[in-house]
Design a protein around this ligand. Structure first.
Ligand code: TAP
Length: 451
């Protein structure tokens, strides 16, 4: 039996050892999920809804415990970790409304009656990255379970603890054995088996674009359904007519939240040239004001990176770039990088094009609206972005022109569990969240009855 030692990224101290699931154990779990599927599918919709609501209640009773685990396992701040645990509860409650609403259609035809049904696909494999272990687990499992599927879920090897606890809480809530199974382990072992095992009918993957492409190629072999939520290089577009003080005050939180390990991080700031110097001057105190502290300190606003490896990757970007200014970070152990503002000198630079996944933001001026849109779209990614302007017509026009799935105007808050989330271009395939998410875990069946 091989094990992995979970490390606290703020202290580099071991937290606990976790047994890694083997291929054989993965196969056993998939067999149990297949066995549990018919009964879960056939449960009266109201009963499935009630179990999901009960699951949400049990999660709610353990918010502090889950948050505590995430602070130690992922280095998330207390504020973020409690929000993330609450998000799992909220997503379960929201999709508890779905079993009773997954209605098909009656479509007019000659000579009979035509009806459609939304039928669950079967066993769903969910592969979760380390940056948001709880929300991403919740966004996959809640609509999948609501639609009548059973779920096998693999957390990232680095951050398995909260997902494992959530799996236990499901059982405590009365969710039957085999309906949700959490399998801590390696992507190349457990995740890969979800892709190749014929009884896993759909794979929901969140992670890097590179691995996402491999998952998609692997799924093609069996024409397996897959949803991909991948990387991003999102633009924060600041027009000269915006409230510059507000735009500058909010910009750090749009990119340094979760130490920049956020697929939606607005890691490119585009500023209209006439406001460029003023914006940079306003941004400096905002960046320096971010409280970068051990996340066990409840006033911390930014914690460490997840690992030494991730810190090296981030340094490889900063070392090549022209740093304008940095914020603070603690001394001593922990995988720390200070919030860093880089002045880009071209849209071809690596810092401007590649996802850093760390607390680094690059800034470049633009000339006019058309230039801003062209620069924002000059990327293979398309996940999110923000537009700051006092002209709401322009805000809407630019939102429509930017090729990304989640835009926000005069705020960076673009993700809500009751609205759809996902990427254009190489940021992903399909959508999560919102009212339609359960349908993505069903097949639509059409039945014609001759009369
Ligand atoms: P990845 O290395 O892609 O890992 C993501 C998950 O996939 C992990 O659980 C990993 O397992 C597993 N995995 C790795 N190789 C696999 C394979 N061959 N087959 C099946 N599963 C495999 O990404 P990461 O470094 O954890 O996360 C960072 C990336 O995720 C960033 O690019 C970020 O933008 C993206 N991300 C996107 C979103 C959305 S919603 N678009 C949200 C969060 C993160 P291990 O445990 O072995 O690593």
């Amino acid at each position: 039996m091989s094990t992995y030692t979970v490390v606290n990224p703020a202290t580099e101290q071991p937290v606990t050892d976790v047994e890694l699931t083997s291929v054989e154990q993965t196969d056993v779990a998939i067999a149990q999920a297949s066995k549990a599927f018919p009964a879960w599918r056939d449960l009266a919709p109201g009963d499935r809804a009630a179990l999901l609501r009960r699951f949400a209640e049990v999660v709610d009773a353990h918010i502090d415990e889950l948050a505590e685990l995430e602070v130690r396992n992922a280095g998330h701040t207390w504020g973020n970790a409690t929000w993330e645990a609450g998000n799992v509860r909220d997503v379960l409650n929201y999709y508890a409304g779905a079993p009773e609403r997954l209605a098909g259609k009656q479509i007019p035809v000659a000579g009979g009656v035509n009806v459609t049904f939304h039928e669950p696909v079967g066993v769903v494999g969910i592969i979760v990255p380390w940056n948001f272990p709880m929300p991403i687990a919740g966004w996959g499992m809640a609509p999948a379970l609501a639609a009548g599927n059973t779920v096998v879920l693999k957390p990232a090897e680095l951050t398995p603890l909260t997902a494992m606890r959530i799996g236990e809480l499901a059982l405590e809530a009365g969710v039957p054995e085999g309906v949700l199974t959490v399998l801590p382990g390696k992507g190349s072992v457990v995740g890969q088996r979800f892709v190749t095992h014929p009884d896993v009918r759909k794979v929901c993957f969140t992670g890097s674009t590179e691995v996402g492409k491999q998952i998609m190629a692997g799924c093609a072999d069996q024409v397996k359904r897959c949803t991909l939520e991948l990387g991003g290089k999102s633009a924060n577009i600041v027009f000269a007519d915006s409230d510059l003080a507000k735009a500058a005050a909010s910009a750090p939180y749009a990119v340094f939240d979760n130490a920049g390990q956020d697929c939606c991080a607005r890691s490119r700031i585009l500023v209209e040239r006439s406001a460029y110097d003023e914006f940079l001057a306003l941004l400096e105190p905002a960046v320096k004001g971010v409280r970068v502290l051990d996340p066990s300190d409840r006033s911390s606003e930014m914690g460490p990176l997840i690992s030494a490896h991730q810190r090296e990757t981030v340094h490889s970007f900063i070392d090549d770039a022209e740093v304008a200014y940095t914020g603070s970070m603690p001394d001593g152990d922990g995988f720390w990088v200070a919030p860093t503002v880089v002045l880009a000198d071209s849209t071809q630079q690596r810092i401007w094009r590649d996802e850093v996944f760390g607390p680094v933001v690059a800034v470049l001026p633009f000339e006019d609206e058309a230039d801003a849109v062209a620069m924002a779209n000059d990327t293979e990614y398309g996940l999110s972005g923000s537009i700051y302007t006092s002209d709401l017509g322009r805000g809407l026009r630019v939102s429509r022109a930017v090729q990304a799935g989640n835009l926000s105007v005069n705020t960076h808050a673009s993700v809500r569990y009751w609205t759809p989330f996902g990427g254009y271009k190489q940021s992903g395939l399909g959508r999560e969240l919102g009212p339609d998410a359960p349908y993505a875990f069903t097949e639509e069946k059409n039945v014609f009855i001759a009369t």
